[in-house]
Design a protein around this ligand. Structure first.
Ligand SMILES: [Zn+2]
Ligand SMILES: [Zn+2]
Length: 139
């Protein structure tokens, strides 16, 4: 169970904002996101569970939201290379798409390309609405 970094409350696995204090997930400096132990603003690692984290001030809001339109178009035109997933921070998926295309000397690039195309459309339609860190996309 992840914890809110701002108030220490428990979050659902898929929640993007804290149900208690409404801070976007991952923002705040007060609590460990993994075990919920209190942390300080200068800490980058939890003394309890050794989880490392970034300190994001909740008053700064979500750091530079990714563009839905840009990600969708990247998926449609460059999906075979996983560019849209690199952009959104879905690195593992992006590497798989890139590897499929490169390892088969582009012979399987239509497969990765169609995969990317479908994801691009899903992004534009709002079916994929968060980036790899769970932050909502902007238009
Ligand atoms: Zn909270
Ligand atoms: Zn911890």
């Amino acid at each position: 169970m992840p914890y809110c970094r701002n108030c220490g409350g428990e979050l659902f696995e898929n929640s993007t904002v804290c149900p208690r204090c409404a801070a976007p997930r991952g923002t705040g400096v007060n609590f460990c996101p993994n075990c919920g132990k209190p942390t300080g603003p200068a800490m980058v690692m939890c003394p309890q569970c050794q989880t490392t984290f970034e300190n994001i001030d909740p008053s700064m809001g979500t750091p530079s939201p990714k563009s839905k339109t840009a990600a969708g178009l990247l998926g449609i035109f460059l999906g075979a290379f996983g560019v849209h997933n690199f952009y959104l921070g879905y690195t593992a998926k992006a590497v798989i798409q890139l590897v499929i295309t490169l390892l088969t000397c582009c012979m399987c690039s239509p497969i990765a390309g169609i995969w990317g195309l479908v994801e691009g459309i899903l992004i534009l339609c709002g079916n994929i609405s968060v980036d790899g860190k769970g932050y909502p996309l902007c238009d």
